[in-house]
Each structure stands twice: as structure tokens, then as C-alpha cells.
Design a binder for this molecule. Structure first.
Ligand code: COA
Length: 154
């Protein structure tokens, strides 16, 4: 299987919006994907077809995962882990050492995936999500030079 991670192109926004609608109960509107997040986002292609995406907000050595999804038809096959791990590695190589994200408390798949990469729960945002109303778990990961990256020190 040909699997490729690449930068975002303007023509990706239509397939991204379609996956977003299928992957989330409270999807981002199309316009939310335009603008400053372009630079720090990565697309996953399988056999030449867009199957996933991850969007980051980066300030100095900190990166926040804003949005991350794999096409529901392709979930559970290792693609999310691949996109996450490769993106974190790339950002770490360019100087990011602190990573943060919010995740629905019921999203066991995502929470397991993040924990396996070394993320730890940092706190909770009450009623952060709608449709359905739910708390967010805030998670974080710190990479330290010379340490095992799966042994976070937060
Ligand atoms: C979360 C998401 C990106 C993961 O991508 P994926 O391709 O489905 O996940 P993978 O197949 O790479 O699995 C990665 C890990 O997730 C966990 N996982 C996958 N499927 C799971 C399931 N059904 N139940 C519990 N954990 C599961 C496992 O820990 C797995 O690691 P392992 O294979 O080493 O055991 C994807 O499921 C998705 O797009 N979900 C909807 C949108 C979403 O929730 N985004 C994250 C918002 S914070």
C-alpha cells in the first residue's frame, strides 16, 4: 500500500470537509480550515487518495493539535498512529518540544492512541464540546533531548 504524508494544498479542503462531516458529530465548518493553520498541517494519502489530516497551531517550541481525523472507512488500520507519530517527529525535529491537545472524554480510541505516544492527562475543560455536551480532557507531551520520548516529564 502506498502511504504518503504531505503538506496541505488548497484543493484538499473539499475532501477534508467531507471526511470531517463523517468523522465528527460537531464538525468544523469548511471556512475553519482556511488561513493560518495551512503551514502546520499534514495530509495522509493512501494510494493517491486523501484519507486523513492533522492540523497544528505552533508557537515557538509549543504545538497544539487542533484537528486530527482519518476517514472512517480507513480507521483502525494503523493510519492515524502513522500520521500522528510522523507529524510529531517532524515538528520535534524543527524545534517543537511541547505538545498539547483536547479530546472528548468518551473518545477512548484517540485517548489510547495519545497515551501510547506518551501524552498524559493534564486536566479537564467542563462542557467544552457540544452535540453531545461533553468535557474535554487536556493532554500534553514534553520531548526532552536524550530521553525516551515515550517517557513524558510534565
Ligand atoms: C482517532 C483516530 C484519528 C485514530 O486513527 P486510526 O487510524 O483509527 O487509529 P489506528 O488504527 O492508527 O490505531 C492507533 C491506536 O488507537 C487505538 N485504537 C484504534 N482503534 C481502537 C478501538 N477500536 N478501540 C480502542 N482503541 C483503539 C489503539 O491504541 C491503536 O494503537 P495500537 O494499534 O498500537 O493498539 C481516528 O479513529 C479518527 O479519525 N477518529 C474520529 C475523529 C477523532 O476522534 N479525532 C481525534 C480527535 S482528538
Amino acid at each position: 500500500m502506498q502511504r504518503l504524508i504531505r503538506k496541505l494544498k488548497p484543493e484538499d479542503l473539499i475532501p477534508i470537509t467531507e471526511i470531517e462531516q463523517r468523522a465528527f458529530t460537531n464538525p468544523w465548518p469548511a471556512e475553519a480550515f482556511y488561513g493560518p493553520y495551512f503551514e502546520y498541517s499534514r495530509i495522509l494519502e493512501l494510494e493517491g487518495k486523501l484519507c486523513g489530516y492533522i492540523f497544528f497551531h505552533v508557537i515557538m517550541d509549543e504545538a497544539v493539535i487542533l484537528n486530527f481525523a482519518i476517514d472512517p472507512a480507513k480507521q483502525g488500520q494503523g493510519h492515524g498512529k502513522y500520521l500522528l507519530v510522523e507529524s510529531l517527529k517532524e515538528l520535534n525535529q524543527s524545534g517543537c518540544t511541547h505538545f498539547y491537545l483536547d479530546v472528548r472524554e468518551s473518545n477512548e480510541t484517540a485517548i489510547k492512541l495519545y497515551e501510547k505516544q506518551g501524552f498524559c492527562a493534564l486536566g479537564r475543560r467542563k462542557h467544552y464540546y457540544s452535540n453531545p455536551d461533553e468535557d474535554a480532557i487536556m493532554m500534553g507531551l514534553v520531548y526532552e533531548p536524550g530521553r525516551n520520548n515515550h517517557d513524558p516529564r510534565i
